[in-house]
Design a protein around this ligand. Structure first.
Ligand SMILES: Nc1ncnc2c1ncn2[C@@H]1O[C@H](COP(=O)(O)OP(=O)(O)O)[C@@H](O)[C@H]1O
Ligand SMILES: [Mg+2]
Length: 429
């Protein structure tokens, strides 16, 4: 299955940057989409004694397990291409063993690829020297680990300032940066404690602060919250979302948990057996899963937040009443009956929704202005409302839910039946 990738049409060419996979000795510029800070092209990693043999079997269409049985090689990452855009949280999600950790370690060459390319800010990382790579890992792609990986004999502030110390920053300067970051992750008053004196959640905040202190271009987080208690984990997810919003951080976040993935991911890439099977926004994955593997992740997951009114909308064919709100109500009584509809949607001359009427409310109103016939409990709902919101509104009223666009115009209605159907379908997945 080819991954469902989205590439911007605009291409940025970074001149003078050599391409590693080019066999020619001429330096080739690396061409990547302009909005991508990190681009991965056809990246593979095969662990084991004979990666060439395994690659050959892969080309012949053999599966990962068969290849392992025949050759003892493990295809950990198989021909992955993706682009991470500046300022987004890109989640890589998949079951345990699907290749997520290998992929994230290929991004900063903690693991050497078998084939393929990683381009960071227009630079191919393959030809980089060891000192250059070290710089990249320290400053451009700082990593936060599941196990925190703090230095136990150093205080919180020393841990956070460590990356800057290695980079040769003066003590006063690195402490100033570290203090600032500690405040940002809510640990302002803990700088003198040692990691062992902190809870797991606080230790992970230190891990996050240490990575943020170097102000990396891309933050890599491998299951960074997976070891935390559920409540602390929830808090850390919110914290990351807040930081990302405030500082436009670019984050590659690894998770095996779909609820975490759709909560924090702007886009989510789903991995299976080393392959990237789909990339999309949470709503795209939920609405059009590429296969059963992706679909099954959403079993028993509340996805109502991603089901928007816009996707459940039906047009109002009959029953739109375009008039001034001062028009006598009884003028429209027969019109609704003739049209055979229960509800009339009153819109002003500009098409803006004013409210809903029924033949009963019109009749009761008589020759008084139609505005007096509007039903009080039929407020319009935004086209961005989610299934959760729609369900609770549908519970309170007996008619279809009128939906308006950003300009306040009637976009259509969502029927109670459509809402119920979605709710039932979700349960049946
Ligand atoms: N250093 C290694 N040597 C051999 N096999 C490995 C190595 N690292 C990972 N693998 C294998 O590669 C596959 C993917 O592992 P990993 O990337 O850790 O998956 P995930 O992070 O999704 O759980 C697994 O089958 C794992 O056993
Ligand atoms: Mg892993």
């Amino acid at each position: 299955m080819s991954p469902n990738l989205t590439f911007a049409s605009e291409q940025a060419v970074y001149p003078g940057v050599a391409s590693s996979s080019s066999t020619s000795s001429v330096a080739m510029p690396v061409s990547v989409p302009a909005n991508e800070i990190l681009t991965v092209q056809n990246l593979s990693k095969i662990f084991g004694p004979k990666p060439e043999r395994a690659a050959e079997l892969l080309r012949q269409g053999l599966g990962r397990n068969e290849i392992f049985q025949q050759t003892g090689n493990m295809v950990a990452v198989d021909n992955v291409s993706l682009g991470v855009r500046a300022g987004e949280i890109f989640v890589i999600m998949g079951l345990s063993g699907s290749g997520k950790s290998t992929l994230v370690r290929l991004l900063n060459r903690l693991i050497e690829p078998t084939s393929g390319k990683v381009v960071l800010e227009g630079r191919d990382i393959a030809p980089m020297s060891t000192p250059e790579l070290r710089e990249v890992r320290r400053k451009k792609m700082a990593m936060v680990f599941q196990s925190f990986a703090l230095l136990p004999n150093r205080t919180v502030i020393e841990n956070v300032a460590y990356g800057l110390e290695v980079a040769g920053e003066k003590k006063a300067e690195r402490y100033e940066v570290a203090r600032n970051v500690l405040v940002r992750v809510g640990l302002g008053s803990y700088e003198k404690l040692y990691p062992g004196e902190l809870s797991g959640g606080m230790q992970q905040r230190v891990g996050l602060a240490r990575a943020l202190a170097v102000n990396p271009s891309v933050l890599l987080m491998d299951e960074a919250f997976s070891a935390l208690d559920p409540l602390i984990r929830f808090e850390m997810q919110n914290e990351l979302l807040r930081l990302q919003k405030e500082e436009q951080r670019t984050v590659v976040f690894i998770s095996h948990d779909i609820e975490e993935a759709i909560k924090i991911g702007g886009r989510v890439g789903v991995m299976k057996d080393g392959r990237l099977v789909q990339v999309g926004t949470p709503a795209e994955l939920i609405q059009s899963p590429a296969d059963d593997y992706v679909r099954n992740f959403f079993r028993n997951v509340d996805v109502s937040r991603f089901q928007k009114a816009s996707s459940l909308l039906s047009r109002v064919e009959r029953g739109v009443i375009s008039c001034d709100a001062a028009t006598p109500a009884d003028r429209y009584t027969n019109e609704l009956i003739d049209a055979g509809v229960e509800c009339g949607y009153v819109c002003d001359e500009a098409g803006r929704y004013q409210g809903c009427v029924t033949s009963a409310s019109l009749r009761q109103c008589g020759s008084a202005p139609i505005r007096n016939a509007l039903l009080h409990d039929m407020a319009a709902v935004s086209i961005d409302a989610d299934l959760h919101e729609l369900s609770s509104i549908a519970l309170r009223q007996e008619h279809d839910v009128p939906i308006v666009d950003a300009a306040g115009k009637l976009a259509g209605v969502v029927s109670c039946r459509a809402i119920l159907k979605q709710v039932m379908q979700r349960r049946a997945v």
